[in-house]
Write a protein that binds this ligand. Structure first.
Ligand code: ACO
Ligand code: ZN
Length: 164
């Protein structure tokens, strides 16, 4: 059964299902240089379906966000050990950007990781990716670290995090 989380005009924001994964992989291939195995997508959906979300317009997939949970050191509390949600990847097809879809995907994934009682939510983003950094900042994420040469091409990442 499809779980529709919200509607933005003609765009449905809903939980992903196994039959969505091929389209999600296609969006990932078109929009980002970081790609993953089929198995990895399947395992994220199996492990955290509450925060694996797709955006769909008239049956066409236009965006996704997928996340996982981890236990580890807090990005806020010194020596604190916490449960963290982690945004693995988010993207919206170019033609469908700047309509609020990215924001809705992040907000709904925040709700999803809260259902799993995460204390914090974090992600890495290329330092040059102004659009994404601005979106995360608007939603309350703050830059907590700069990760040197985090990407394969040598670019640094910002680690951005929010307390839930
Ligand atoms: N009319 C005009 N502008 C609007 C509207 C609207 N109705 N709704 C939102 N906007 C504006 C927002 O205010 C925002 O602008 P601002 O940052 O200048 O204030 C801008 O549109 C973007 O917000 P959204 O529309 O919510 O986000 P979008 O759907 O464009 O998706 C995303 C953002 C996901 C970063 C997209 O640019 C993308 O897919 N980029 C390529 C992939 C990528 O870089 N992903 C992130 C990698 S990091 C990681 O995965 C953890
Ligand atoms: Zn990451």
């Amino acid at each position: 059964m499809q779980v529709i989380l919200r509607q933005l005009g003609d765009c449905n924001i809903r939980r992903a299902e196994p039959s969505d994964l091929i389209s999600v992989m296609e969006i990932n291939l078109k929009t980002l240089p970081e790609h993953y195995s089929d198995y990895f997508y399947e395992s994220l959906l199996a492990e955290l379906p509450e925060a694996f979300i797709v955006a769909e317009i008239g049956g066409k997939h236009v965006g996704y966000i997928m996340c996982k949970t981890e236990y580890g050191f807090s990005n806020f509390k010194k020596l604190g050990f916490v449960k963290k949600g982690h945004v693995v990847s988010i993207a919206v097809l170019d033609e469908f950007r700047k309509k609020g879809i990215g924001r809705a995907l992040v907000e709904e994934s925040v709700n999803g990781v809260k259902l799993r009682k995460c204390d914090e939510f974090y992600l890495e983003v290329r330092c040059s990716n102004n659009e994404a950094v601005r979106l995360y900042e608007k939603l309350g994420f703050v830059i907590r670290q700069q990760l040197n040469a985090y990407y394969r091409d040598g670019e640094d990442a910002y680690l951005m995090a929010i307390e839930l």
